[in-house]
Design a protein around this ligand. Structure first.
Ligand code: ADP
Ligand code: MG
Ligand code: ZN
Length: 476
């Protein structure tokens, strides 16, 4: 029997206004190579200056995950030649990263949490992009020098569920902290997966392979499953040493396999040395104050939702997994929705409709205020649950408008007024004297018949709770 060992390296593109060592914008550019300057083009004599905003955002992650934030950190040059890196080196932090030794807690299926250690998070500059067209290639340096935060985990994960849970937690966290938009499709949250196996009980780790740049949680799980099987078979066939080498592999989406890309370099291959153009980064008190401005994060939210709002932990985990959903939920409560009802209307009624119509929380046509008010209108019996669903259907497809006006216009108001309901009840009872007699002589089941008739006569507008209450009164 074997045990799987997984460690993850995540590259998060920080959402700063300018690049890491120059003042070129990081925003989308209409044309290639226009967001560039002598520094990010690596022209001789141009000098880098560290971007304070990038440092503060790195520190903010550090404080959020109980890490050490170093008040002095260093920049090193990692040498390699590639056309999208005109300096022929990458500036990174090897010897002393700005953030070290943190922790991320993941939620396991059995309801417990597991601690995943975070080795370090360091600042580094991104490369440009090579574009290959037929027999030639082009280089676009708009992205060259964009700030990345590389977050390196300890090899603490033991299966792909844990790896994916860690990635999702980290993804949510950087989005709550607003240090990255963490868009996986666009490459602002990229992940390298390190996988090895070892016989159960063995202390030392097996040989790890590194699978580069996987851009979806689903592919992470698939690549791990493939690697574990490949390595296990090699072990069982007695060819582990030959087949499993420390190397970099790529996930081939079309074939569903990992393929060897190159042998894994050792640190010495990169000729790391301290960057002579950059003094050590000293953080100031002012930067610390700013970095410590941290919003309520998922773990704290789950605890508060469960303990103070009384909602189920599973629901709290779903809602807090995405900051947009959590903020939406909290805004519903501000507009009068009761927590438990808000959960149902958000996670099943709204999400169901969004999925069906191809929307997401990011572009929902029904805002939190509207849904919050809708839910409160059900709670105070202005409309029925059914009326609420009709109203939500309508709001999904039409421009948002005043809810009270809509309820009037769509005729969804429930009649709760005693007098109006009693008038209907009296008519029904008068028209069904025989049944009233039978009921009074013990045929209890007929109660449902009277409720049904009353609801029908009111065209569904009578408040069912009221109908029950008043019928009981009348029938004694
Ligand atoms: P490199 O930059 O060469 O990839 P790092 O030390 O930065 O090396 O990253 C190593 C990553 O690999 C870390 O996330 C670490 O947890 C993980 N790792 C190290 N050893 C193993 C192993 N035997 N099996 C799986 N993952 C490992
Ligand atoms: Mg690596
Ligand atoms: Zn520049």
């Amino acid at each position: 029997m074997f045990e799987t060992v997984i460690g993850l390296e995540v590259h998060v593109q920080l959402n700063t206004k300018t690049k890491l060592f120059c003042s070129c914008p990081t925003s989308f550019a209409e044309h290639q190579n226009i967001n560039t300057c002598p520094t990010c083009l690596a022209l001789p004599g141009a000098l880098p200056v560290v971007n304070k905003e990038a440092a503060i955002k790195a520190m903010r992650l550090g404080y959020a995950i109980n890490a050490n934030v170093n008040h002095v950190s260093n920049f090193d040059r990692k040498s390699y030649f590639y056309p999208d890196s005109p300096s022929a080196y990458q500036i990174t932090q090897l010897t002393k990263a700005i953030v070290q030794k943190g922790e991320v807690f993941i939620d396991l299926k059995d309801g417990t949490q597991k601690r995943i250690g975070m080795t370090q998070a360091h600042l580094e500059a991104d490369a440009g992009k090579n574009m290959h067209e037929g027999d030639h290639s082009k280089v676009d340096l708009n992205r060259a020098g964009t700030p990345l935060l590389e977050i390196v985990s300890e090899p603490d994960m033991r299966n792909s569920d844990e790896a994916v849970a860690y990635l999702k937690k980290l993804h949510a966290t950087v989005r709550y902290l607003d240090i990255s938009d963490a868009n996986m499709q666009e490459g602002s949250f990229r992940c390298d997966v390190n996988v090895s196996i070892r016989p159960k009980g063995q202390e030392e780790y097996g040989t790890r392979v590194e699978i580069k740049n996987i851009n979806s949680f689903r592919f992470v799980a698939a690549a791990i499953a493939y690697e574990v099987q490949r390595q296990t078979e090699a072990y069982e066939d007695g060819v582990y040493e030959q087949e499993v080498r420390q190397e970099t592999r790529l996930w081939n989406v079309a074939e569903g396999v990992t393929k060897s890309m190159r042998g894994k370099e050792e640190a010495a291959d990169y000729r790391y040395f301290p960057d002579p153009d950059l003094r050590p980064l000293h953080v100031t008190d002012e930067m610390i104050v700013e970095a410590k401005i941290i919003p309520e994060l998922p773990d704290a939210k789950v605890k508060r939702y469960v303990e103070e709002l009384g909602i189920k932990k599973e629901d709290a985990l779903v809602i807090t997994s995405d900051k947009e959903m959590a903020y939406y939920f909290e805004e519903m409560l501000e507009h009068g929705a009761v927590a438990k009802t808000a959960v149902t209307w958000l996670t099943s009624e709204l999400l169901g409709r969004l999925n069906k119509a191809g929307f997401s929380m990011g572009n929902t046509p029904v805002d939190a205020k509207a849904l919050g008010i809708l839910v409160s209108k059900i709670a105070d019996s202005t409309i029925s649950g059914k009326g609420g669903k009709d109203l939500l259907d309508y709001m999904m497809e039409n421009e948002s408008r005043d809810i009270d006006a809509l309820i009037d216009e769509l005729g969804l108001a429930q009649v709760s007024d005693d007098g109006a309901i009693l008038a209907i009840i009296d008519e029904i009872l008068a028209a069904n004297q025989d049944k009233v007699e039978q009921y009074k002589s013990g045929k209890d089941k007929l109660f449902g018949f009277f409720v049904g008739q009353t609801m029908k006569a009111s065209k569904g507008s009578a408040n069912p709770g009221k109908v029950n209450e008043l019928l009981k009164q009348r029938l004694g």
